[in-house]
Design a protein around this ligand. Structure first.
Ligand code: SF4
Ligand code: SF4
Length: 321
């Protein structure tokens, strides 16, 4: 915890988000390896033991176990961290659009039927939006966050991140307080701003933070929209971070949701202070060709190229933090 607090105080936090609910352990291991080798100091994974172990394995392979922290994300019942797409075969017209659009390669055609590989699905909803026949629904596979965290905490994690997209303050506080009762390490909060007004969200954050001065607020602009490397997708993120800056809460602000190589530059130009940047969709996209390879671990050249791409991203972020 002290190590991460130092990194946050130095405004030097680079976090790789492996994907909300991404249970593809082969992909998580490779992402953790590439991005920790590239200088990212936090790897964010979902709250599943084999996924956490895959991230730890990638970090060990990179030899950065003393520098890279593991953050485990949990979500309340309506959050994307607990969402998975499901295809209704009765309605599906077999057009294949969903399979083409899914960046996680989670949709496959087998025996003349499209299905979703639940372990790969990160609940981004892009397939739902692409399906003209309305054949895809989203199922929430919800388990109480503290239940999922209990076995992970005993094995060693460095941060717990709490996500919610609800307006139900009582439910949020109840779940948050249960997490605080079982975990006394670094905590991060990621609340969907679109569901609440600014006043309500700041009031809720004050209640959640209490008298702590070491909580991370992840200013999630527009989750899973950072695929295009421009300023536009980061606008909401910077606006949210500015709101938190203005509220003078004693927290570390991390930019997230629509982040890319330009996010820290935009924040700087807007005089918004951030302790770091969390990158998900964009970071995964730029190394995807290498990570998807079945022979990644045998191919040193592919590894080096992926690490170089990730290092370039790290450098462009660090320049403006
Ligand atoms: S986009 Fe919809 S209709 Fe087309 S293959 Fe996918 S589920 Fe079926
Ligand atoms: S596009 Fe659909 S199947 Fe693919 S990750 Fe997103 S929600 Fe899951």
């Amino acid at each position: 915890m002290e190590k991460m607090k130092k990194i946050l105080n130095e405004r030097n936090c680079l976090k790789l988000v492996c994907g909300a609910g991404n249970e593809n352990i082969k992909e998580v291991e490779k992402l953790a390896y590439v991005y920790s080798r590239a200088g990212f100091n936090m790897i964010d994974v979902c709250a599943k033991k084999d996924v956490v172990n895959a991230a730890k394995s990638g970090i060990l392979k990179a030899g950065t176990e003393n520098e890279t922290a593991i953050c485990v994300s949990v979500g309340l019942c309506d959050d994307i961290h607990v969402s998975k797409a499901v295809i209704n075969g009765q309605k599906c017209t077999m057009c294949g659009k969903c399979a083409s659009i899914c960046a996680q390669n989670a949709i496959f055609n087998e025996d003349e039927k499209y299905s979703v590989d639940e372990r790969k699905c990160i609940g981004c909803l892009k397939c739902v939006q692409s399906c003209d026949s309305g054949s895809i629904i989203v199922e929430h596979k919800y388990k109480q966050p503290y239940t999922m965290l209990l076995p992970l905490i005993s094995e060693g994690i460095d941060c717990v991140e709490f996500h919610c997209s609800s307006e139900d303050e009582e439910m949020i506080l109840d779940s948050w307080n249960k997490i605080k009762s079982i975990y006394n390490g670094l905590l991060s909060i990621c609340i969907d701003r679109s569901k609440m007004g600014d006043e309500k969200i700041i009031s809720l954050l004050k209640k959640m933070i209490g008298d702590r001065d070491d909580v991370i607020i992840q200013a999630d602009g527009n989750p899973m929209t950072g695929g295009i490397d421009d300023y536009k997708s980061t606008l909401q993120t910077v606006a949210f971070a500015e709101l938190i800056n203005r509220s003078r809460l004693p927290v570390f602000v991390i930019l997230s949701g629509g982040t890319n190589s330009k996010s820290s530059q935009l924040a700087k130009e807007c005089s918004v202070n951030a302790a770091g940047v969390a990158l998900g969709s964009y970071a995964r996209k730029i190394v995807k060709n290498y990570i998807d390879s079945d022979v990644f671990w045998e191919n040193e050249k592919a590894q080096k190229t992926a690490i170089q791409i990730a290092e370039n991203l790290a450098q462009s972020i660090k320049t403006y933090l």
